[in-house]
Design a protein. Structure first.
Length: 480
């Protein structure tokens, strides 16, 4: 029998798990639902089935996927857990069996040899396959419409270990650039596996290379021809854990290092770059321009997500992420990375018009913290649209205490121009038992939502969202 949940900042308030699966065939919409929106908005997050008695981390809950389907002038919704081996074992037992992040020292002996997978970090459509991903495991496939869990995607037995939670899909070519870190386990050599998977699901390039240390690699910056893999000084160390320190920690004073190589290159092509220690898990976009790689990223000089290596803990305020531009010389004249701040607002997940991922973009979207002490715990209370060319910001505040999810771009049916469409975000208003999917004009966020899809209960705060338009070839299987 399920027990009441612990009093933990990531298990209460905006984060309190709802723990049920639902289907709503025709949700109430306030305002005008645009008639040129035809597609699906997916959102995943961490929604533990059982209370974790040994402690908890925000990234440690079972993956729950929500799908909002915009078709025929209505919005339907479905949500389902990602049915991993971990989920099945714990549901059978009626309690949490795994320690935090699957720590064997605090896991129930019955799950020895069972893969720790939550599938909770991102939900991506590629080659017609809906992929629930977390780092540490291969992608697990879900039915794009029913959200039933299928099986692991191993690409013909080629990828059986860790996969990226942030593969980059280049919608111009259909290629997906991915990687895995900790592929030899926490005690093995710190190697990275990189691959290109084409629009038909074929691996067209794959190689491994040695990382400078066991760094948590959450994203890679990809342009039309290049890949830049960042190694933040966020290190996993069993040695430190054995001495009673944190297993995963921000190593103060250590530089960030970057592996730069051609998208279709090999390990022998890698050039290493370096800059002072940066926390960078999410990029807005990256592209090539005049012999340079330009990357617009959410970055900070530390992080509160994990403890520091000396046991101290940074605060959200000290380490708030802001939009910075990194410029890298591709000709090899210098290994320096130039950094400038484009906007110093406290943001979480920056996003472009995904159709232009890896190509030059001007517009960006993010959820934003205006008045919360800690946006991750208390809620990111606003959303922002950046015009990185003019520097203009375009903000909407949902009121103090609101929790806004990732703001993603959704193209108008048939549009091709950058930012010609809408932007949407899942919002939990303060002190409310409802949630809304707010839909904005993509270039006038400040005007407020043109439509609000009302979900008559509270959806917990989550992680990544993606919108797939029905006129994009990648989404065809859902709307055929
Ligand atoms: Fe992420």
């Amino acid at each position: 029998m399920a027990q009441p949940f612990s009093d933990h900042p990531y298990l209460t308030g905006h984060h309190q798990p709802m723990r049920f699966e639902a289907h709503a065939p025709d949700l109430i919409v306030e305002g005008e639902l645009p008639d040129d929106l035809h597609g699906v908005f997916y959102r995943t997050g961490s929604e533990p089935l059982y209370d974790p008695p040994e402690g908890y981390h925000w990234f440690d809950g079972d993956g729950m996927v929500y799908g909002f389907f915009f078709e025929d002038g209505r919005v339907s919704m479905r949500n389902k857990w990602v049915r991993t081996e971990k989920f099945d074992a714990e549901l059978t037992a009626g309690k949490r069996l795994f320690g935090v992040f699957g720590d064997p020292a605090t896991s129930d002996p019955s799950v020895q040899g069972v893969r720790y997978n939550t599938g909770n970090t991102n939900i991506i459509l590629h080659n017609g396959k809906l992929m629930a991903v977390m780092e540490g495991c291969p992608a697990i496939e879900m039915d794009p419409r029913s959200l039933e869990t299928r099986d692991y995607l191993d690409y013909g037995g080629t990828i059986t270990g860790p996969f990226s939670a942030h593969p980059t899909v280049d919608l111009t070519t259909g290629d997906m650039m991915s990687y895995g870190w900790m592929i030899n386990g926490p005690q093995g050599k710190p190697e990275i596996r990189y691959e290109v998977i084409d629009k038909n699901g074929q691996i067209t390039n794959q190689f491994t290379f040695e990382a400078p240390y066991m760094s948590m690699v959450h994203t890679a910056l990809v342009t039309e021809n290049w890949v830049l893999v960042p190694f933040n000084p966020l290190e996993v160390s069993l040695e430190r854990a054995m001495k009673g320190g944190p297993m995963q920690a921000w190593v103060k004073g250590r530089n960030s290092r970057f592996a730069l190589f051609p998208r279709h290159g090999s390990a022998s092509d890698i050039r290493w770059l370096e800059m002072p220690g940066r926390h960078m898990f999410h990029e807005l976009n990256a592209w090539e321009e005049d012999g340079k790689l330009i990357a617009d990223v959410a970055a900070a000089n530390g992080t509160a997500l994990f403890p520091n290596d000396d046991g101290s803990q940074s605060t959200h305020g000290d380490t708030a992420l802001e939009l910075r531009r990194w410029t890298i010389d591709l000709t090899g004249k210098t290994n320096d990375i130039k950094e400038e701040t484009l906007n110093d607002r406290d943001i979480q997940f920056p996003r472009p018009d995904d159709r232009m991922m890896t190509r030059k973009t001007r517009h960006g979207y993010a959820n934003l913290n205006l008045n919360s002490v800690d946006g991750r715990v208390d809620g990111m209370d606003g959303v922002i649209h950046f015009d990185t060319k003019s520097g203009k910001e375009d903000i909407y505040h949902f009121g103090n205490g609101a929790g806004c999810g990732e703001l993603v771009f959704a193209p108008k049916t048939g549009s091709t121009e950058e930012a010609d469409g809408y932007a949407m975000s899942l919002i939990h208003p303060a002190n409310s038992n409802t949630t809304e999917l707010a839909i904005f004009q993509a270039q006038d966020v400040a005007a407020g939502p043109v439509a609000r899809v009302i979900i008559p209960y509270r959806i917990p705060s989550g992680f990544h969202c993606n919108y797939y338009s029905a006129d994009g070839s990648l989404a065809e299987p859902i709307f055929a």
